[in-house]
Design a protein around this ligand. Structure first.
Ligand code: T4K
Length: 380
């Protein structure tokens, strides 16, 4: 039997924030100190909103303090109510934003390959109370946007996309934010592009952006008029400064992640029972996550065992997204949450494992992750 690979000296997580050179961040902070302006649409906020609009080819983009608040505001701006059809295979924030708007999430099963909401499962769930479809571009893999649009148009529904993982994703050369009425992006520290905490909404017209900008600032139109029951969703100048510094480095980070993903794809399918979640050829990958699927029965060990045994090598993989949102106690009593209605989601959630993917891991680090997986899956 081959000897066990050497553990990493420090813990290796699935994500590690892209930290720009400290002096670049300090330079940005210097401007903030000079201006004595810390939040409420300051110069850094204005500069980042413009820079991201250009970078993402998203003319109507509105910054937020985090992606979850952004999504809550998106539901408000579109005046959603009643029921919204969504996926159970996602981070808790997705159904929770519906609950925060007094909307009932209705779970539809996912496509077993793309792992995004299955359009064929949406239509039977539409009722007189349905107001929208909330899809998630999970791991940056786009939803079936054309099929979803066709259903939405036929039934007069709105379409929102949770694009928390889809920064820079493109579909057939078009930015992913071009699809749907609203797309949310997350700029959390663990994301390819980040502002420590942060997010954005991208919409299709200036009128809706104006409405969203009001909603994220308490509904204040001017010193004497409050026109909507808004919330505080504002991004601070410190967050925006981080974003401006990070944005200068994300192309290099993307390239480094692309090399790691290539290496994983070359090595891992050789291990029995492991397949790599892949983005279709028509898609520009966000390189936000690298996810494998462990097929019980074909592999010598199951997903959970692999996850646990990797810790021995100081590698901390994550079961994104297990457990399914439909199994949380706050949702499990919903008729749409019954496991028999969501067979693909249950199967996929039991198979997925997110591996470390961040530039600083390097080719050598990625090789060592593969060695560890190989060893765990090959050993008794
Ligand atoms: N929709 C979807 C589909 C999402 O995935 C998310 C967030 C949202 C909506 C909501 O967007 P935001 O409101 O967050 O903008 C992490 C992130 O906190 C969360 O933003 C993200 N999705 C989710 C997939 O991952 P946790 O609970 O797994 O975080 P945590 O603290 O365990 O961090 C993950 C790994 O990253 C750790 O193993 C260590 C490493 N890490 C983390 C932080 C914070 C670092 O190395 N440095 C750090 O600063 O949720």
């Amino acid at each position: 039997m081959p000897s066990a690979p050497t553990p990493f000296p420090e813990p290796v997580y699935v994500a590690r924030p892209l930290l720009p050179p400290l002096e670049e961040f300090v330079r940005e902070l210097g401007d903030i100190w000079s201006a004595a302006w810390l939040t409420n649409n300051g110069a850094k906020h204005v500069a980042l909103e413009q820079a991201l609009s250009d970078h993402l080819r998203a003319p109507h983009l509105s910054l937020f303090n985090n992606g979850t608040i952004a999504l809550i505001v998106a539901c408000r701006a579109l005046r959603l109510a009643g029921e919204v059809i969504t996926t159970p295979f996602t981070f808790p924030a997705t159904p929770h934003v519906l609950s925060w708007n007094n909307i009932t999430p209705v779970f539809a099963d996912i496509d077993p390959v793309s792992m995004t909401i299955d359009p064929a499962k949406i239509e039977p769930l539409i009722t007189a109370r349905t107001t929208a479809i909330l899809g998630v571009h999970v791991y940056g893999i786009p939803c079936q946007v054309d099929a979803i649009r066709t259903i939405a148009d036929y039934y007069g529904l709105r379409v929102i996309y949770d694009g928390a993982h889809a920064f820079g994703t493109e579909l057939d050369g078009q930015p992913i934010t071009a699809f749907g009425d609203v797309t949310m992006l997350s700029f959390h520290a663990t994301k390819l592009f980040h502002t420590a905490e942060g997010g954005a909404l991208v919409v299709r017209d200036a009128r809706l952006k104006h409405q969203i900008d009001l909603l994220k600032n308490f509904g204040i139109r001017n010193e004497e008029e409050v026109v909507l029951p808004g919330i505080n969703g504002k991004m601070t100048e410190l967050q925006a400064a981080m974003g401006l510094a990070v944005l200068r480095h994300i192309d290099t980070e993307r390239d480094a992640r692309a090399s790691i993903a290539k290496l994983y794809r070359e090595r891992l399918p050789a291990i029995n029972g492991i397949t790599c979640a892949d983005t279709p050829a028509s898609v520009r990958n966000s390189y936000q996550y690298f996810v494998i699927r462990v097929q019980e029965g074909r592999a010598r060990k199951g997903r959970d065992q692999l996850h646990d045994e990797m810790k021995r090598f100081n590698i901390f993989t994550r079961k994104y997204f297990y457990p399914l949102c439909s199994t949380y106690s706050c949702y499990s009593e919903l008729p749409s949450a019954a496991p028999m209605r969501l067979p693909n989601a249950h199967r996929v959630a039991a198979q997925v494992l997110a591996l470390p993917i961040f530039g600083a891991l390097g080719q050598d680090g990625a090789d060592r992750v593969c060695d560890a997986i190989d060893f765990v899956m090959g050993s008794a």
